[in-house]
Design a protein around this ligand. Structure first.
Ligand code: TYD
Ligand code: MG
Length: 467
């Protein structure tokens, strides 16, 4: 008996099924299954071809890269774009993907590489207008508004092969090789496949733009993520002008580096020292904030962690976190309750990483704990101190990597004390930076709480004096 063709494809995760359903069994999304043209299930008519098998040991060629000259972009890609590689750039609509890529294309053109920018969303005039606004009107980037992958490949296979091809966006592309409407998962996958083949065949580096849905998935192109060599995401808060370029996957480079940009009236500006930017909006002297000395990739980065701990009106208190890991917060709260005598079961807890940055390091535990206790005790932390260290379930503060780099950055930005794990004591201190090692979290908590008591007593005394 022949298997029934799997014509129904979930537009969210790409799972195929033989029947329509309201809810995708694979990813649980509702109303995402649509019927698409049958994928070819016919047996291949030709026999397998023999190919040469090589030994793993052998000549390795360093992947030939072309740096763009935009340092923040090159850092994230691992030193530039590798020949024949395909990169997917995801991000919310309006975050600045097109702006970034026209700037990258212009940088390649400036380095005398052929750079082609194909827009499936905007007319050439609109692309030109943006370039003018960015001061790139004179750049020798080639532009076209086109959506047919076959036409694009045919056009670019003639003459000199571009060093960089930008496709903005993959959702607008369609290929004749599959029978499905543009924008469907099948089309996106088919178009990406064709463009990847073009890249591998010609050695052109291809950047695909992918839109992101509300829940942060690269819509449709999520199914493309495993086909491409690198996935970058361009992030930022609508209310802030800075943007972070992050590598999620990179076959040719690191995945923990970030690039920081600032969106200005004349395009994206590189931010060489992000700590200054992230600390620029600090409210000094208010309780519930602690400066975390973090590391992103190879680069130290100081950010402010803000906490609000307030009595709850709900049966189950709220725990909300923006920019950090929810389970990490739960762990820190549990340690505070179990080992530090901090009662939080009657309090809502909110934690926010200032400036829209997303932190992934456990080294932020101590800064988070300090901010939380500071808010609960209404005791402002010293404005000239930085915090870092991992908290273990036993309540001990554990050393973290790259202590020296963190301390150096803190000292550079004018901080005078660092609260750090005890084991890190051996690190060479920076001139003018006092090191205050903490062995157990409870010691830090009681020190902050004691400060809260005295400052409240001080306030009461002032109130009494004013009467
Ligand atoms: P765009 O690159 O079109 O975003 P995407 O391609 O990710 O959808 O950027 C759109 C936003 O950027 C728009 O809201 C205006 C802003 N912008 C600036 O602030 N300055 C500029 O120089 C440019 C070109 C755009
Ligand atoms: Mg765009």
């Amino acid at each position: 008996m022949a298997a029934r063709p799997q014509n129904f494809v979930c537009q969210s995760c790409g799972a195929a099924s033989a029947r329509w359903a309201g809810r995708c069994e694979a990813c649980g999304a509702w109303n995402t299954i649509t019927e698409e043209g049958a994928a070819s299930t016919a047996r291949p008519s030709r026999k397998g071809r023999q190919f040469a098998i090589e030994s793993l040991k052998g000549e390795t060629h360093e992947a030939p890269r072309a740096p763009s000259g935009i340092a923040e972009f090159d850092r994230v890609t691992g030193g530039g774009l590798v020949r024949g590689s395909v990169l997917l750039l995801g991000g919310d609509p309006g975050i600045g993907k097109s702006t970034l890529l026209i700037e990258v294309a212009a940088a390649f053109a400036r380095n005398r590489h052929r750079a082609v920018y194909i827009s499936g969303e905007e007319a050439v005039a609109q692309v030109r207008l943006r370039a003018e606004r960015l001061g790139l009107a004179e750049a020798t980037v080639e532009v076209a508004a086109e959506t047919s992958v076959e036409d694009i490949v045919a056009t670019l296979s003639h003459g000199s092969i571009p060093r960089l091809l930008v496709i903005d966006s993959i959702q607008t592309m369609w290929t004749q090789t599959v029978e499905a409407a543009p924008g469907t998962v099948t089309q996106v996958r088919g178009s990406a496949g064709e463009l990847i083949r073009f890249a591998k065949r010609t050695g052109a580096a291809v950047i695909l733009v992918g839109h992101v849905t509300k829940d942060g998935q690269i819509a449709g192109p999520r199914v493309v993520e495993h086909m491409v060599d690198a996935v970058l995401s361009f992030e930022g808060e609508g209310s802030h002008q800075f943007r972070i370029l992050r590598a999620i996957k990179n076959r040719f480079g690191p995945t923990d580096e970030i690039g920081v940009f600032e969106m200005t009236g004349t395009g994206l500006r590189e931010v060489a020292n992000p700590s200054e930017l992230f600390l620029s909006e600090r409210e000094l002297g208010s309780p519930g904030t602690a400066v975390f000395a973090g590391i992103e990739g190879t680069r130290p980065l100081l950010v402010e962690m803000q906490a609000l701990v307030a009595p709850t009106t709900l049966g189950t208190p709220r725990r909300a976190v923006v920019g950090w890991d929810q389970s990490r917060l739960s762990m820190v709260l549990a340690v505070l309750e179990a080992h530090c005598g901090v009662r939080l079961s009657g309090h809502d807890v909110y934690l926010n990483v200032a400036g829209g940055l997303r932190i992934q390091e456990p080294a932020a535990d101590v800064a988070a704990a300090a901010a939380l206790v500071s808010s609960l005790a209404r005791a402002p932390l010293p404005a000239d101190a930085v915090y870092f260290g991992e908290v273990s379930l036993s309540g001990a503060v554990r050393p973290v990597a790259q202590t020296a780099a963190r301390l150096k950055e803190a000292q550079k930005l004018g901080f005078v004390r660092a609260i750090l794990p005890e084991g890190a004591r051996g690190e060479t201190p920076e001139a003018g930076l006092a090191l205050l090692p903490v062995g157990m979290l409870v010691n830090l908590v009681s020190e902050i709480a004691a400060r809260g008591d005295t400052s409240r007593r001080g306030a009461r005394d002032r109130d009494v004096a004013a009467e």
